[in-house]
Design a protein around this ligand. Structure first.
Ligand SMILES: Nc1ncnc2c1ncn2[C@@H]1O[C@H](COP(=O)(O)OP(=O)(O)OP(=O)(O)O)[C@@H](O)[C@H]1O
Ligand SMILES: [Mg+2]
Length: 359
């Protein structure tokens, strides 16, 4: 699967631009602020219907304009596929595949398998557990529609339950039956999500460790540890035993929305004990493992976006990463870099066709 052509209208700093791509390697080069990352983000938009960098949809419209259009012409299983994402101020975003608008965006997720590696990934290490949960969810969702559906329903019930807890407190009242209905539903949707997270990590962790070992030449060992209340007991029981607490804090304190994925290096938290290069290597290994997992599940190599990947890495690690992607295992790759020369020298070493796009 690959992207042949990308057209942008009023997308971030692009007024109107069209790019034609190589089926293997494409490099956006140019100075800071020229739009390299924005171009990659536009491709991300076609796969996920949203920006990887800016969650406020309207802020992706070029300043002073009323709408944006991102238009991508893909080839998948030898068929042309045209995906268009557009947004007009004051209206809902529209995603179309071959002219037909999706009713639910979740139906589109997974159709264009894609993995991005970017400096913004550092949030996975520095920020709270919600960012890591989102990562796990987005990997599983790309190949499991039922997972995404359960998760959406779980979150809906969760906010209803939280609203009810607030209502009880505000009105000095309590009704066990209504709460039970929500508890039951949280269990119905949450339990399978937990099971799938466990199963996913069983497959994912060994792939991740292997990727890290290759990048670092086995210099140090890393691990991912799944933390969940649901290892203790069934969600219905947990909700019951935490009822008094939940009523007091007016919030649901246990469940899959509290899960975390701990990042370890030589058994210590990487956030506190990893060097910058080690943290970057950790994130790259995580994303390459995501790539491997999605490929394994879908049979299609995802599009790989590499945003500023060479910064902060020593020559050995850059060489390792390049030899890793120089493999029939990978499909189409998009790279952004400020140094045209460095990029060209790096991609020249890869035995595959490439295109340098100067912005
Ligand atoms: N909605 C918008 N309208 C107009 N310009 C925007 C919008 N959103 C972002 N920009 C501009 O896009 C530019 C940043 O582009 P981008 O992040 O793609 O740069 P880059 O080429 O990746 O730079 P670097 O080398 O520093 O990573 C900034 O100048 C920013 O002001
Ligand atoms: Mg950039």
């Amino acid at each position: 699967m690959f992207l042949n052509r990308l057209s942008l209208v009023n997308y971030k700093n692009f007024e109107s631009s069209t790019f034609d791509f190589d089926t293997k390697i494409n490099c956006f080069v140019g100075s800071n602020g020229i739009g390299k990352t924005n171009a990659l983000d536009a491709i991300y938009h076609l796969a996920f219907g949203k920006s990887y960098f800016n969650p406020v949809a309207t802020q992706n419209i070029r300043h002073g304009e009323e709408f944006f259009v991102v238009d991508g012409q893909f080839e998948k299983n030898e068929r042309d596929e045209k995906i268009i994402v557009s947004l007009k101020k004051g209206q809902k975003k529209v995603i179309k595949r071959n002219g037909k608008a999706y009713e639910k965006f979740s139906e589109h997720i997974g159709f264009i398998p894609l993995v991005i590696i970017s400096p913004a990934d550092r949030d996975l290490i520095s920020e709270g557990s919600d960012v890591r949960r989102k990562f796990v969810d987005s990997v599983i969702s790309q190949s499991d529609k039922a997972y995404l559906a359960d998760l959406i329903k779980y979150n809906k019930v969760l906010s209803q339950r939280n609203a009810l807890l607030k209502y009880f407190a505000a009105n000095n009242t309590y009704n066990a039956d209504t709460l039970d209905v929500y508890n039951e539903q949280l269990k119905t949707f949450g339990q399978p999500v937990f099971k799938k997270r466990v199963a996913f990590l069983e497959t994912f962790i060994p792939i991740f460790k292997e990727r890290y070992a290759t990048i670092s030449n086995s210099h140090e060992t890393v691990n991912l540890v799944y933390k969940s209340d649901l290892f203790e007991s069934d969600l219905a029981e947990l909700l019951q035993s935490n009822l008094a607490k939940d009523r007091a804090i007016q919030y649901t304190s246990v469940g899959i929305h509290k899960d975390d994925l701990l990042f370890k290096i030589d058994d210590y938290p990487i956030k506190k004990f990893g060097s910058q290069g080690q943290q970057k290597s950790f994130l790259i290994a995580l994303k390459l493992a995501q790539f491997d997992f999605i490929k394994q599940q879908s049979g299609v190599p995802p599009i790989l976006l590499l945003d500023d990947i060479f910064d902060k890495l020593d020559e050995n690690r850059v060489a390792q990463i390049i030899s890793m992607v120089d493999d029939a295992h990978f499909g189409q790759i998009f790279i952004s870099d400020t140094h045209a020369e460095r990029t060209e020298n790096v991609v020249k070493q890869i035995h595959q066709s490439y295109k340098i796009i100067k912005l």
